[in-house]
Design a protein around this ligand. Sequence first.
Ligand SMILES: *[C@@H]1O[C@H](CO)[C@@H](O)[C@H](O)[C@H]1NC(C)=O
Length: 493
Amino acid sequence: MAKNSTFSLLVVLFFFSLLSLSSLCFAQQHNYMDALRKSLLFFEGQRSGKLPADQRLRWRRDSALRDGHSVGRDLTGGYYDAGDNIKFGFPMAFSVTLLSWSVIDFGRNMRGELSHALKTVRWGTDYLLKATAEVPNVMYVQVGDPYSDHNCWERPEDMDTSRSVYAIDRNHPGSDVAGETAAALAAASIVFRSRDRAYSRLLLSRAVKVFEFADKYRGAYSSSLKRAVCPFYCDNNGYQDELLWGAAWLHKATRRRRYREYIVRNEVILRAGDTINEFGWDNKHAGINVLISKEVLMGRAEDLRSFKNNADDFICSVIPGVAHPQVQYSPGGLIFKAGGSNMQHVTSLSFLLLAYSNYLSHSNHQVPCGGIVASSALLKQFAKRQVNYILGDNPIRMSYMVGYGPRYPQRIHHRGSSLPSVHVHPAHIGCKAGSRYFLSPNPNPNKLVGAVVGGPNVTDAFPDSRPYFQESEPTTYINAPLVGLLAYFSAHP
Ligand SMILES: *[C@@H]1O[C@H](CO)[C@@H](O)[C@H](O)[C@H]1NC(C)=O
């Protein structure tokens, strides 16, 4: 036992000396505030619907102005999830939850960017309010047929593919997407509490309703909407985590006892401790445990102590050098998980480490991980190392954020960015006429400033090629947690 921990201590020391060596090699001073500004601009490029007068990303125009028409509703607005033109409700809600969490924990570090961050949240919640206006009768969870969309390479402004509207209801439940949407609305209600009381109250009362609907009519949305949501945003992980996640955010937003009792009562039934080293649009477990741990660390919730234990286990499973590492690292030090769009794991796991680090330091705690102790400072250093990797401190000195640093991806897998803008080329470019832009070796004509792509493969290599969508496609849920990370490091470089 003693031998083992000495060994793991040596491994850790070795690893961190490698990290500091490598940061010596690639180190540069980063302008986190500039990166924060750009990470928010990216969301303007993902906007669907009628663009506002203060739109700063100017090569985009209005799009999808008839969304919802087929069901007699206005479902315009919201965000395209990635490099295509579909509005997928499940990852959109997750992105709004993480943007809100970024503002709640790190808004005070955002200075001049705070107003932009608030608009970014609101663009999402305005849409989620439309999508949930008729709950519990019906909730709209997606606009656009993904097969018809993915078969074309078209600008959103030209879109002539099928804008089918997909919904859940009592007989076709979706506790996953509804639970996540309740979380997003509740989190955003905290964001706007002191800034726009009426809007905040509307968000919260809607969150309560949507959560009730999610909990009462239980099921996975991919059962009834399989063809529309799988394999894109299939609920592989089950809907139980979104119910706990929704309840956790409602508890934070309302402080009502019923949500706390719900969490305690359902902890085991809804498997709070499962698959702890993941956090993303499908799997909320690590996020639930970190979020609830804050209450425990503040001494406000002894009955929720098991969540803190789960969060500690999560921390120990992510940091390098522990006895049984559950997360892989590239030789250059980047968190790596198989399955594509790796940066989503990098930003969301780093966000949790940073948030937890703050909760620990406010309560003077640290996490024992076998032979090593994960202090608040160590977690911050670790999260910062991941952020710096994204911004260019890596073996090929590539910034993975478009428009940041001297070298960044030029051929991102993104329809609007890779086709000539409407401004330059007003004539319609049809479904298949776009293919030549997709296949072209030339850089994209429109810079989607702030977009962070899926990133390098496990050997730190990056092809910078449009067809390699797992590496070259940006998504809203890569950027959403990054907003919080960049805000923090801009104030604590
Ligand atoms: C990583 O990417 C590089 C360059 O695109 C490629 O040559 C290499 O085979 C890839 N490695 C793996 C393990 O995918």
